[in-house]
Design a protein around this ligand. Structure first.
Ligand code: FE
Length: 136
């Protein structure tokens, strides 16, 4: 594991495979999507900060989590604008905005313009990409 000049976390495929479970690897590094309602955080209401499972980068505060009914953990905003990167995703004949960890480029999910106030955004994330650090 190393940080490159831009401050990104860079790991080899072998390092990612050793660190992540097969499901986490599939979602984070192969841009996969877990089945709805299969992830451990879909219905979770515990207070804390959701960090990237790949690198520990803080991504979402539990205060911004809401019940989307989709079966995936959903948030109306990231902890900061530079916590995540956005990328246009045209897979499956859809035009969507992919959300990636800004620090290690792990795939997290997608953002949609049908979320609640105050942002109107719905960050639809995979539990497999997240690790909840409880509030002390
Ligand atoms: Fe990360």
């Amino acid at each position: 594991m190393a940080d490159d000049a831009s401050g990104k976390v860079v790991k080899s495929e072998a390092e990612w495979r050793a660190q992540l479970s097969p499901e986490q690897y599939h979602v984070c590094r192969e841009h996969g999507t877990e089945r709805a309602f299969s992830g451990k955080y879909a219905e979770n209401k515990d207070p804390g900060v959701y960090v990237c499972v790949g690198c520990g980068n803080p991504l979402f505060d539990s205060d911004t989590k809401f019940d989307s009914g989709t079966g995936w953990p959903s948030f109306f905003q990231p902890v900061s604008a530079d916590a995540v990167d956005e990328k246009t995703d045209t897979k499956f004949f859809m035009r969507r905005t992919e959300i990636l960890c800004a620090k290690c480029d792990s795939h997290l999910g997608h953002v949609f313009p049908d979320g609640p106030a105050p942002t109107g955004l719905r960050y639809c994330m995979n539990s497999a990409s997240l690790d909840l650090k409880p509030k002390e």
